[in-house]
Design a binder for this molecule. Structure first.
Ligand code: TPP
Length: 375
C-alpha cells in the first residue's frame, strides 16, 4: 500500500520563500523615490555609490578600448550593470567575502581590488593579480558557475568556525542552468550556509535569451525548490540592490541561511569584445533599456537633493578618468611574469610532484632558450 505519510517532519517552506511578483524598486528611472532610501545610507553613502558606478563605467570603457588596441585578449563589459555590481558589493561588511564570476569589475572596485588585477587576467599575463586574503575577494572564475561552489564551501567553513562572516557571490542568468549552481544552492540550503547569491539577470547568456534558460516565472522563483527565499529586485536601481543584499547578508549572519536575489538588468554592450550583439537582438530592445540607466537615475536623485551639481559631477568624472589612465599605465605592454611563477601561488606548500613539475618546466625553458640562442 502506498504510504500517505508526509515525507517531512514539518511542512517544507513554500509561499514564504516566493519573491514578489514585481521587482523591488526604491528609485524609479526618473530619479524619484518609489520606496524609502535604506536608513543606513547617509548622504556620503549615496555619493559613494554614484562615484563607484561612474568609476566602474569609465574604467570598463577603458578596458574595452585597451582590448581594441590589442592590449587585452578579450574583455566582458559591465555597461548597464553598474547598479547590480556596485549595490550588493557596497552592502558587504569588512570581514565578508566576495566570490566573483568574470564580469564583476564594478564589485571588485568597491572592494578595493585594482582594475589592473582584473585586466591582467584578460591580458593573459596573470591568472589573477590580486591577493584574495587582502581584499576578501576570490579569484575571477571563467568556467561558468564554479565560483558558486567556492563561495558555498567558504560560507560553510565560516559557519563551522562560528566566524561573523557572510559571503556574496554573483552569477549570470545562464549560470543558473549549470549543475554547479544547483549543487551550490542545495548545499547552501541544507547546511544553512551564510551566503547570498546575486543572479545578475542581464537577459542573455552570450546569444541565448532568458526564455531559453528557464520556464520558471523568474529566476528568483527557483529558490522555492531549494528551500531558499527568492528576492526579485530592479537590477538598475542601486538602492534596491543594496537594500535587498543588506537584508540577505544580515539574515546570513544571523544563521538563517542563504538567499537568492535576482537583479533584473540588461547588458547594454556585447557579451565580450569578441561578440556582435546585433546578430541576436534588435536596436529597439537596447534603446528601451537606455531609459532605465542606473547612473542617470541616481544622478537625478542626488541633484534633486542638492548633493550633486555640475562641479561635483566634473570632479567625480575627473577622478574616474584618472582611474582609467592608471589602468592604461599598468596594462600597456605589461610584461608577463616568468612561467614558473605560477608555482609560487598554486598552494601554500608545494607537493613533491609540484616541485618536480617546476624543475621540469625550468629545464624545458632553459633548453628552449639555449636552442633559440643557438639558432
Ligand atoms: C563551463 C562553461 N561552459 C561554457 C562556457 C562558455 N561561456 C562563457 S560565458 C557564457 C555565458 C554565460 O552567461 P551568463 O551566466 O548569463 O553570464 P553573463 O556572461 O551574461 O554575465 C558561456 C556559455 C564557459 N565559460 N564555462
Amino acid at each position: 500500500m502506498v504510504s500517505r505519510q508526509p515525507r517531512y517532519d514539518s511542512p517544507p517552506h513554500g509561499l514564504d520563500l516566493l519573491p514578489t511578483a514585481d521587482p523591488l524598486q526604491l528609485l524609479a528611472p526618473d530619479g524619484t523615490l518609489s520606496g524609502p532610501v535604506p536608513a543606513d545610507l547617509k548622504d556620503d553613502d549615496l555619493l559613494a555609490l554614484y562615484r563607484s558606478m561612474v568609476t566602474t563605467r569609465r574604467v570598463d570603457r577603458e578596458a574595452v578600448n585597451l582590448q581594441r588596441q590589442g592590449q587585452l585578449g578579450a574583455y566582458p563589459p559591465n555597461l548597464g550593470q553598474e547598479a547590480a555590481q556596485v549595490g550588493p558589493a557596497y552592502a558587504l561588511a569588512e570581514q565578508d567575502w566576495l566570490f566573483p564570476a568574470y564580469r564583476e569589475l564594478g564589485a571588485m572596485l568597491v572592494r578595493g581590488v585594482p582594475a589592473s588585477a582584473v585586466a591582467h587576467l584578460f591580458r593573459g599575463t596573470w591568472h589573477s593579480a590580486h591577493d584574495p586574503a587582502e581584499h576578501r575577494v576570490g579569484l575571477l572564475c571563467l568556467p561558468i558557475a564554479t565560483q558558486t561552489l567556492h563561495a558555498t564551501g567558504y560560507a560553510m567553513g565560516a559557519a563551522l568556525d562560528n566566524a561573523p562572516t557572510a559571503v556574496l557571490t554573483y552569477l549570470g542568468d545562464g549560470a543558473t542552468s549549470e549543475g554547479d549552481a544547483h549543487e551550490a544552492f542545495n548545499f547552501a540550503s541544507v547546511f544553512d550556509a551564510p551566503i547570498v547569491f546575486v543572479i545578475q539577470n542581464n537577459q542573455f547568456a552570450i546569444s541565448v535569451p532568458l526564455r531559453r534558460q528557464t520556464r520558471a516565472h523568474s529566476l528568483a522563483h527557483r529558490g522555492v525548490g531549494y528551500g531558499i527565499p527568492g528576492v526579485l529586485v530592479d537590477g538598475n536601481d542601486v538602492l534596491a540592490c543594496y537594500a535587498a543584499t543588506s537584508r540577505a547578508l544580515a539574515r546570513a549572519r544571523a544563521g538563517d541561511g542563504p538567499t537568492i536575489i535576482e537583479a533584473v538588468t540588461y547588458r547594454m554592450d556585447g557579451h565580450s569584445t569578441a561578440d556582435d550583439p546585433t546578430r541576436y537582438r534588435t536596436a529597439g530592445s537596447v534603446e528601451a533599456w537606455r531609459g532605465r540607466d542606473p547612473i542617470e537615475r541616481l544622478s537625478r536623485l542626488l541633484r534633486a537633493r542638492g548633493l550633486l551639481d555640475d562641479a561635483v559631477a566634473a570632479q567625480i568624472d575627473d577622478a574616474a578618468a584618472g582611474a582609467a589612465q592608471a589602468l592604461r599605465d599598468d596594462i600597456w605592454d605589461a610584461a608577463a611574469p616568468a612561467p614558473e611563477e605560477m608555482f609560487d601561488h598554486v598552494s601554500g606548500t608545494l607537493t613533491p610532484a609540484q616541485r618536480r613539475q617546476r624543475e621540469q618546466l625550468r629545464a624545458e625553458l632553459a633548453a628552449g632558450s639555449d636552442a633559440a640562442a643557438g639558432a
